[in-house]
Design a protein around this ligand. Structure first.
Ligand SMILES: Nc1ncnc2c1ncn2[C@@H]1O[C@H](COP(=O)(O)OP(=O)(O)OP(=O)(O)O)[C@@H](O)[C@H]1O
Ligand SMILES: [Mg+2]
Length: 236
């Protein structure tokens, strides 16, 4: 039986005159992996930031288990809520002035050496600075940081974008292993259909600020609507 973990109802978000999300509805289920796809600038990253509480929204409801609407949480509760999430930001967002070890320690946990194993990186990297590392390695460290505190929800914003196909494939296999082994509820924003087919159980396609298609990832080709199929064909 699927269990709803996060329910999004009629979510709207504008920046000034610019409408980004418009009456968006989406349920996110526990222990499932969801891909969010759509054209650039359609609000995918903004949606994830609304979900984890980093961005406020104008109207609608985001409920999480017994929290009716995360918008109503006070600052302390909002921080506790944010603590449930492990986040890999679109640009990996490592702190350049800190070494890898310091970037990981920043999360105030002591199992960061083991976590490097999980993302297939050697301990010798701990004293390096992110600027000296390839983007693929930075993404893996970002991934390590995201899973470090055993989050309830993992948000991966473009985990393979900007990587060459071979490294992208490695990262996809790694995420697949992590997501399937640990059964973490995962939301992945991506333009990489390998990420969709390899480790995302369900897919939501955003168009013009709302969900234009939602369904099982392995049924996209058979059941996807016209704009979704056009979008996917345009990716290759
Ligand atoms: N803080 C902000 N202030 C003003 N506009 C913003 C802000 N953040 C995002 N936007 C705008 O909201 C729209 C959606 O942005 P978002 O980053 O969510 O797109 P996206 O779907 O993630 O695109 P991409 O695939 O390129 O990452 C864009 O037009 C963007 O310029
Ligand atoms: Mg984005």
């Amino acid at each position: 039986m699927r269990k709803v973990k996060i329910r999004i109802k009629n979510l709207s978000k504008n920046f000034g005159d610019k409408v980004v999300l418009k009456n968006l509805n989406l349920d996110i289920y526990e222990s499932e992996s969801l891909a969010i796809i759509g054209e650039s600038g359609t609000g995918k990253s903004v949606l994830t930031k609304c979900i984890d509480g980093l961005e406020d929204y104008d109207s609608g409801i985001i409920s999480y288990e017994n929290i009716d609407n995360i918008r109503n949480l006070n600052t302390q509760k909002k921080n506790e809520y944010l603590g449930k999430f492990g986040i890999l930001f679109q640009n990996a967002a490592l702190l350049d002035s800190l070494t890898v070890e310091e970037n990981l320690k920043f999360c105030k946990k002591d199992n960061f050496k083991k976590i490097l194993n999980d993302v297939a990186l050697p301990e010798s990297l701990l004293n390096e600075y992110p600027n000296n590392l390839s983007i693929g390695v930075q993404k893996r460290i970002g991934l390590a940081r995201a899973i470090l505190k055993s989050p309830e929800i993992l948000i991966l914003d473009e985990p393979t974008t900007g990587l060459d196909p071979i490294i992208g494939k490695q990262i996809n296999s790694l995420i697949k292993k992590l997501v399937k082994e640990k059964k973490i509820t995962t939301i992945t924003v991506t333009h990489d259909m390998q990420s969709v087919y390899e480790f995302s159980d369900y897919t939501a396609f955003i168009k013009k600020g709302s969900i234009s298609w939602y369904g099982k990832s392995n049924e996209i080709k058979k059941k996807g609507n016209k704009s979704l199929l056009n979008f996917i064909n345009g990716l290759y």
